[in-house]
Design a protein around this ligand. Structure first.
Ligand code: HEC
Length: 124
């Protein structure tokens, strides 16, 4: 009986952890942790920095945990991600992955144009 009461008291707290909340938290983390510096404000990527929005949630989680673990076989490009993943908690990884996989551009935010694609060495 006591256990049931405790469970009932905790249920409203659990519902706070729905996806909507994770999305918002992920959005804040994305800017706070400086992910936009390489992957772009919209997660669109540029040259060797991959696009990370609209990829499956499981894949983003898997990749971030892979970089965080630092134990897998990585090339130099992948090693760039280690300092940005190593301090993320499981829930931060989840929140970021919810945000990125479900990413929807904020139509009211100021925009910049991407009139052409850059390739290879950036055209120099
Ligand atoms: C200094 C630049 C830099 C910053 C800052 C950075 N990344 Fe990355 N990220 C990279 C590079 C380079 C790769 C490609 C690594 C590879 O080849 O495996 C990458 C790969 C990824 C991938 C895997 C994409 C895929 O499809 O394989 C994810 C997910 C990711 N980053 C998320 C993040 C998040 C979340 C943050 C912020 C916490 C972040 N990155 C910050 C450079 C950066």
């Amino acid at each position: 009986m006591k256990k049931n009461m405790l469970l009932m008291a905790l249920l409203p707290l659990l519902s706070l952890h729905g996806d909507g909340n994770a999305y918002k938290k992920g959005e804040i983390l994305y800017a706070q942790k400086g992910c936009n510096g390489c992957h772009g404000v919209y997660g669109e990527g540029l040259s060797s920095y991959p696009r990370i929005v609209h990829k499956p949630h499981y894949l983003l989680v898997k990749k971030l945990k892979f970089y965080r673990a630092k134990t897998g076989v990585m090339n130099q490009t992948a090693q760039i991600m280690i300092p940005f993943a190593e301090n993320l908690s499981d829930s931060e990884i989840n929140n970021l992955s919810v945000y990125l996989s479900k990413y929807k551009a904020n139509e009211d935010a100021p925009r910049y144009e991407l009139p052409y694609e850059t390739w290879g060495d950036g055209g120099s």
